[in-house]
Each structure stands twice: as C-alpha cells, then as structure tokens.
Unconditional design. Structure first.
Length: 375
C-alpha cells in the first residue's frame, strides 16, 4: 500500500496522533467524569467500519489511542479494532481502561496482541475511597485483575504492554495519594501518573484541591518525597498558584483565550468520535467535525481547508475556539480557572456536541451564585 505523505518530511509518512473510541459507553459512573453531567449518544463501530479504518485511516497513524473516553474492554469490537491497527502497521497503540473487565483471558490477549501501553484509571489506594469515587466498580475485583495481569506478563517474559496507573487528585482521595505510589509498585506498574482535576460541573469544585493551594502544594511535596523511594517514573503536576483568576464567562465570541503555539497542531493530533466524526482536536467538538471518515476519504479531511486553517492559525499563535484547553494549556495559564474548566461547561454548548441528553441536574450549565473567597 502506498501511503501519501501528510507532512513536509518525506522520510516520515506517519506522524499523526489519533485519539478515538470504538464505542461511547462505560460501565462505571465516576463522580468526576463528564458522564456524571452528560449522557453521550450510543455509538458502537461495526466490523465493516473498523475495516474502513484499517484500509483508509490507520496507515497514516503513528500513535493511536484506541480508547480515551469510553471503556474499551466491555465491547465485542475491541479485539478486532486492535488487530486491525496492528495489521495496518500502527507503530504505537495504547488504551485507557478501568480494569473492571481485565480478566485473565483478556489479559492474555493484550499481552499476546502486542499492545504497547495500557493506562489504568484507579484514583485510590483503599476500597472505601475507590468505591466512593468510581461508582459501580469493585475494589477487590479490580486489584485482583491487576495482580493477575502483572503475573501473566511476568510469566510470559514480555515487557509490554507498559502499564501506567493513574490518580486524579481530589479532596476525596488526598489521604490515599501517598500510599498509591507503593500500591502501584506492588501491582507491577511501570509508570505512575498524578493529575489535577478537570472540572466538568460547578458542583465538582468542591472536590478540587486547586482552591486550597497550601494543602495541594503540601501534598505534591509529599508525593515527590515518596516517589524518590521507588525506582518507577512518577509524574507529579506542578504546584498550583496561591491566587486563582476565576472564570467570569461566557468567553467573548471569536476571541481565543489562549495564545502561543498549540501542541495539538504541532504534533499532528486528531480526535475521532465512535460514529466516525473527525475533529482537529478533542477540545473543539462544539465547532463541528471536519467530516466523517466513513463518508469522506481521510486524506481529503486532512488536507481540507478547515483542518489546514486550524493548524496554520494554531502554529501562528491564534487558536480560535479553544476557550478551555485541558490538553495543552500553557504553563502561564495554570492559575486561570478557565484552564481547568471543561469546554462543555465554559461554552454552555453541550447540546451542540455529540451527546444525547443532559442529566437531570441540568442546572450545572447555569452559573450558580458563589463566593470569591476560595480564590
């Protein structure tokens, strides 16, 4: 198969980073997830559609995230999606999972398939904390699955998939954070990642440690101290500012909130919904898709005016529509509340995106009265 060159380096025909989901569903309802606010329309790629990806999309991809918002291991099409990506020669393939369905047979498949990376969202070091945050999950089951996976990978002699265990820092799990490092090492993790909370609703502010910067920064210092005891890479976010510039929306129409070069454009990122709608970035869903990969050839979408215009503007310091960028916000913006508010909330445009309904707590899209004392 001849692969068209999609960038200005003719020696490298694969540079695109594609984030996608094969399905829109998840078996858990974690309190800090967007699913606590919005119910996405059901979508599940067919085997024929996966065949289209194998022939027309995957040959362009350098780095593929085969799941990023849905839970992949619950879907019957996951194995074929992974096999299709491998057949198409994608050099690096990763998934994100909650490990609820990481049973022994699935673990063997992932090890034998050649999957490169498996991220696991855990967010706790104890049963009580886990089952409070990750509603519908069972601590003993998930920990048992991870122990089994670690054993099987060790017995196979393989080093892949690399396993990263993730922990979103909340007021509800702060007491577990330090112990999480030791637990992750015990479970055979290769990487450990801590991250700040992205706010999906005004109610979620009560769980954010950003509004208590002294507590947050003390905790981050403890994590740095604890991580030095283990021979495992640990990502710990930067300290937060003692002052927060609170968001007073909505953003002004047509005025970008961030300036500077955009890594989504610089690194050739794309985001695809389970129905095949393609976007230049996962933060631009309310701007409408570039098109649909099951209706328009991928090459036409990549070279199309909308995609190229976005990238030209982004690389020249003007990223229109990016009122809140949870992936690539500049460091200088980390003390601005808008930087960690989800785009859905800041634009009030959830209905324009690919979601089916707003949950009964529809009030989360209307700014409540609040005090500025927590700044």
């Amino acid at each position: 198969m001849t692969i068209p060159i999609l960038n200005d380096n003719p020696s490298d025909s694969r540079r695109i980073v594609l984030l996608m989901d094969l399905a829109s569903t998840c078996d858990l309802r974690c309190i800090h997830c967007y699913r606590s606010v919005l119910l996405q329309r059901g979508a599940n790629m067919t085997l024929d559609q996966i065949g289209v990806l194998e022939r027309e999309v995957f040959p362009y991809i350098q780095n593929l995230s085969l799941s990023c918002a849905g839970e992949p291991l619950t879907r019957s099409n996951f194995r074929e999606g992974l096999r299709a990506a491998k057949r198409a020669g994608v050099p690096f393939i990763r998934i994100q999972t909650n490990a609820t369905y990481l049973k022994e047979e699935m673990s063997r498949f992932l090890i034998e398939s050649g999957l490169d990376y498996m991220g696991v969202s855990l967010d706790a070091a104890t049963k009580e904390t886990y089952e409070t945050i990750r509603r519908g999950g069972h601590w003993a089951e998930v920990i048992g699955n991870l122990r089994t996976f670690s054993r099987l990978r060790r017995e196979s002699g393989e080093t892949k998939p690399t396993v990263g265990l993730n922990f979103t820092l909340l007021t509800l799990n702060a007491s577990d954070a330090r112990d999480f490092i030791g637990l992750a090492a015990e479970l055979g993790a290769d990487l450990i990642g801590f991250s700040h909370l992205l706010l999906e609703s005004w109610e979620a502010k009560q769980w954010s440690l950003r509004y208590d910067p002294n507590r947050m920064n003390d905790l981050l210092a403890e994590l740095r101290e604890e991580s030095a005891k283990f021979d495992i890479p640990v990502h710990i976010p930067e300290d937060v500012s003692p002052l927060t510039e609170l968001f007073e929306g909505p953003p002004r129409e047509g005025v970008p909130s961030h300036s500077g070069r955009c890594a989504a454009a610089e690194e050739d990122w794309l985001f695809m919904m389970p129905n095949g709608d393609l976007f230049p970035c996962g933060n631009l869903q309310d701007q409408g898709p570039l098109g649909n990969v099951f209706e328009t050839p991928f090459e036409e979408l990549w070279f199309g005016d909308r995609n190229q215009t976005f990238r030209d503007e982004a690389l020249n310091g003007c990223v229109r529509g990016c009122d809140s960028c949870k992936l690539f916000a500049p460091t200088r913006d980390l003390n601005r509340e808008i930087t960690y508010l989800a785009k859905r909330l800041t634009t009030r445009s959830a209905e324009a995106m690919d979601f089916g309904e707003v949950h009964a707590k529809r009030r989360v899209f209307h700014r409540p009265e609040r005090s500025r004392t927590n700044a």
